[in-house]
Design a binder for this molecule. Structure first.
Ligand SMILES: [Zn+2]
Length: 547
């Protein structure tokens, strides 16, 4: 038997076979059920998302003699002739290869003729944006006064190139990229039908690589199947896509940690020679590190994360994520990659030094009040070399936390505390979002000590964690809100302070003393204006007052 490409073989035949695009499919089924046809439809969406397939099914169903519930019967003469591409009343045209006025004129000349066997003569024009201005004008004339028996289905990936006069005469449908899970499900089905051996990881990668286009995904599977002869391995998928495998990345990262720049740059040169795309390489590193991080968090099993540490792993992911975006507008991607690798190598190498920095700056902060000690410090040469982070004043945050402590403890209850503990546990399991990783990491060193219906108290024993959380307050509150479905005010305290304050509040509650809610608006505004670098009215007043 003649070999048939998989994407042709598994092209959907009825609306019920279509994967993804539920909204479009349901609407078109309703159009047929309720007999609400118009003369022109416009299908808009990225390549491979089903525009042409659905146009063909729609055309067939419109003409089907016994449609049922918006579906073609697949038994009548019309359906049968359609399925073997023998229906003369459905005319397909690819504007990418026929962009001339002549073709559209020919359509216009034939348009007056009644359909041969069906109710409607249906023109499917693919990539309609490729038509020339002349052709668009000819098409417009037809759309202005369409004969009763004519229907146009236009499809495009670039709707902005279509004249408004044409658009306004069409009913438009937006085709969305198909979700990875849906593509994967379809691929799995095809593999089972075709006896193709493939693992889940490979299916995932194919689905991700196809950018929401099912046709591309199936074509890729077809290509891989031909190459691997029915036994597709993850390495094959990587190779076909010019991707780098995990072992290679792990080796490369280890060389970076060991500061073996010779090996590192030899490897980069060989990637360059093989014509690898450096944006893809960044993405491969990110995917690898993300998976390793998950393995580390869930199973405590990852060589590379154990080697470079959790925080550094996140830092490297963040850097690569930014660089892969920068690369998209950069002329020389390799130079950017080289510099990034040097930067990351320094960061990995300076693991020890960075920890020292935090230590030094903390000491200096305390010692600023006693100048003679700073002088002693300056005699040590290494403190000159180590960059000192500017110390930030967190007094306003401390004040805010005092208010929130009061407001939360005034109405604290056990149920809320348990609810928040569960929410934070859930947050820790969701490491899909890069932004949240930092929060999760910080929360690892905190515990929840109290909760009320709209407040939550975290405590920690580390100044650094406290200040990092202050700096990421907004993100933390957003994460909590999306988990809980309500806004909560977050309070973070040092263990020491919490232990002192707790006793005071326990006494108050025991003595049935009323705890008044304190308004935090003022202090919150001051923090906001401090963070945006603007002065508040309060600051101006202080200046006038000469303070
Ligand atoms: Zn039929």
């Amino acid at each position: 038997m003649k070999y048939q490409a998989l994407y042709r073989k598994y092209r959907p035949k009825t609306f019920d076979d279509v994967y993804g695009q539920q909204i479009v499919v349901q609407t078109l089924k309703n159009v047929i059920k309720n007999n609400k046809l118009t003369h022109a439809y416009l299908f808009v969406g990225p390549r491979g998302t089903g525009k042409t397939s659905i146009a063909k099914i729609f055309a067939k169903t419109i003409n089907c003699l016994h449609p049922e519930d918006g579906l073609s019967c697949e038994k009548c003469d019309i359906c049968i002739s359609n399925n073997s591409n023998e229906n003369v009343d459905i005319i397909e045209m690819d504007a990418a290869s026929n962009n001339g006025v002549d073709e559209i004129r020919e359509i216009r000349n034939h348009i007056a003729l009644l359909p041969t066997v069906s109710k409607y003569k249906i023109y499917i024009i693919d990539e309609v944006h490729m038509l020339t201005t002349g052709a668009f004008n000819a098409l417009l004339k037809t759309l202005e006064e369409p004969p009763e028996h004519i229907i146009f289905i236009l499809a495009t990936t670039e709707p902005h190139k279509i004249p408004l006069t044409i658009m306004s005469r069409c009913q438009s449908f937006e085709f969305k990229p198909i979700p990875v899970a849906t593509i994967k499900e379809r691929l799995k089905y095809i593999c089972a039908q075709e006896n193709i051996n493939i693992d889940d990881k490979s299916l995932n990668l194919i689905a991700e690589e196809s950018n929401g286009g099912l046709r591309d995904a199936v074509s890729m599977l077809d290509q891989l199947n031909a190459y691997a002869d029915g036994n597709i391995k993850y390495e094959d998928v990587l190779l076909l896509n010019g991707r780098i495998n995990d072992d290679e990345i792990e080796k490369f990262m280890t060389e970076m940690v060991n500061d073996d720049l010779n090996s590192v740059f030899t490897k980069i040169e060989s990637w360059q020679e093989e014509g690898k795309n450096f944006i893809y390489i960044c993405e491969d590193f990110i995917r690898f590190l993300r998976n390793e991080l998950i393995k580390f968090k869930l199973e405590n099993n990852s060589n590379i994360v154990s080697l470079i540490g959790e925080n550094k792993t996140i830092e490297v992911i963040m850097i690569l994520n930014k660089i892969s975006n920068d690369m998209k507008i950069s002329k020389d991607k390799k130079v950017l990659f080289d510099v990034t690798i040097i930067n990351i190598t320094n960061i990995l190498k300076n693991k020890q030094m960075f920890e020292n920095t935090a230590y030094e700056s903390k000491n200096i902060k305390i010692e600023n009040k006693t100048p003679e000690k700073v002088e002693i410090k300056e005699e040590k040469p290494q403190t000159v070399e180590v960059p000192i982070k500017e110390t930030k004043d967190y007094t306003l945050y401390d004040e805010l936390m005092n208010i929130r402590l009061n407001n939360t403890l005034g109405i604290a209850d056990k149920t809320s505390k348990i609810e928040y503990e569960n929410a934070v546990e859930n947050l820790k399991n969701d490491i899909s979002d890069l932004n949240k990783l930092k929060i999760i990491n910080l929360l690892d060193d905190t515990k929840i000590t109290a909760g009320s219906k709209d407040g939550i108290i975290f405590t920690t024993d580390s100044d650094n964690i406290l200040h990092d959380l202050y700096d990421n307050m907004e993100l933390l509150e957003e994460s909590m809100e999306s988990l809980l479905g309500k806004k909560v005010k977050v309070c973070i305290l040092l263990d020491e302070l919490w232990n002192k304050k707790r006793i005071i509040y326990v006494e108050k509650i025991k003595n049935k003393e009323k705890i008044d809610i304190i308004d935090e608006e003022d202090i919150l505004n001051k923090i906001k204006s401090l963070n945006t670098g603007e002065k508040s009215e309060f600051d101006d007043l202080l200046e006038i007052g000469g303070e």
